[in-house]
Design a protein around this ligand. Structure first.
Ligand SMILES: NC(=O)c1ccc[n+]([C@@H]2O[C@H](COP(=O)([O-])OP(=O)(O)OC[C@H]3O[C@@H](n4cnc5c(N)ncnc54)[C@H](OP(=O)(O)O)[C@@H]3O)[C@@H](O)[C@H]2O)c1
Length: 273
């Protein structure tokens, strides 16, 4: 795997395995500069959401990058207040306007909102049929939510984007998703920085002569997820994609798998009805 590698989703669409996260990238120049720098340095995949309020800055950075549209992969998400069939279609239209694009590569339901997620999925299927999105998926779905969706879906989600790191190693969810040809996208792969000083990680970092962040990103790739590290800092944006010149041994992968402690930095969908 290298920077030009792509992962094939269940509908044949190819996705770059590392995407730049955009949550908490401030709207305006902070997001614009980070995304433009990332695109100028090899990133081709950005993970956004209507909720992040920076879709228009990402669209502007893409236009100024000079990249061809087909060489760029953009994800955005339907926010909770916009769930429901008609509202979802309207929210999608607004996202397209924000990006100033004709289509989105991947559109996700951000959260499994009770009573509305089925209608929202039907709206996403309609956008898919109209070719306004190249692929559709979900986020923060547990096995229970996915089983329910598979009961009524005409289109199978290509991904389930969830919090995933050695400290929240959702093995059972990943296995269930893979059995159903749904890729896991790992959000918060760097634990928002909270575990970078874990002594076991520091030890691995010394062993491989890589930073703790690079070890975490490499773990998420080797475990078979698409990974979404966020940074607005140029040196870190570069650091986080320079992970293709080393391999974590099978033994150390297993060691890292033992770090699981159900550690979450973000919202927990476990008890969402
Ligand atoms: N679907 C969902 O519900 C959901 C929820 C959460 C996140 N996400 C997605 O996943 C992406 C990533 O998650 P996240 O932003 O929560 O957390 P993250 O990527 O785990 O961590 C981001 C934090 O780590 C810092 N950082 C980045 N690279 C670093 C490095 N090499 N060394 C040290 N610190 C570093 C960043 O600082 P600077 O930016 O200041 O450099 C930022 O404070 C989000 O941006 C979003 O796209 C989705």
């Amino acid at each position: 795997m290298d920077i030009n590698s792509r992962i094939e989703l269940n509908n044949g669409v190819m996705i770059p395995p590392i995407g730049l996260g955009a949550y908490l990238s401030k709207p305006g120049d902070e997001t614009y500069n980070a995304v433009l720098f990332a695109l100028q340095n090899g990133y081709r995949h950005i993970d956004s959401a209507a909720f992040y309020r920076n879709e228009s800055d990402i669209g502007r950075a893409f236009r100024d990058s000079g990249l061809k549209r087909e060489d760029f992969f953009i994800t955005t998400k339907l926010w909770n207040k916009d769930q429901g069939y008609d509202k979802a279609l309207k929210a999608f239209e607004q996202s397209l306007k924000n990006f100033q694009m004709d289509y989105i590569d991947l559109y996700l339901i951000h959260w499994p909102v009770e009573n509305l997620r089925k209608e929202s999925w039907k709206a996403l299927e309609s956008l898919y049929d109209q070719k306004l999105v190249r692929s559709i998926g979900v986020s923060n779905y547990t096995i229970r939510h996915i089983k329910e969706l598979l009961g009524y879906a005409n289109v199978i989600p290509v991904v389930n984007q969830v919090e995933f790191s050695p400290f929240l190693n959702q093995k059972e969810l990943q296995e269930f998703c893979m059995e159903n040809k749904i890729y896991i996208e790992a959000y918060t792969p760097l634990t928002r920085g909270q575990k970078l000083n874990d002594p076991r990680l520091v030890q691995l970092s010394e062993k491989y002569k890589k930073t703790a962040a690079q070890i975490l990103i490499k773990w998420s790739l080797q475990i078979g997820t698409i990974t979404l590290p966020k940074s607005v800092t140029p040196s870190r944006i570069l650091e986080n994609i320079h992970v293709f010149d080393f391999e974590i041994s099978q033994e150390d992968m297993e060691y890292m798998n033992s770090f699981n402690e159900n550690f979450r930095t973000s919202w927990d969908p476990t008890n969402t009805p």
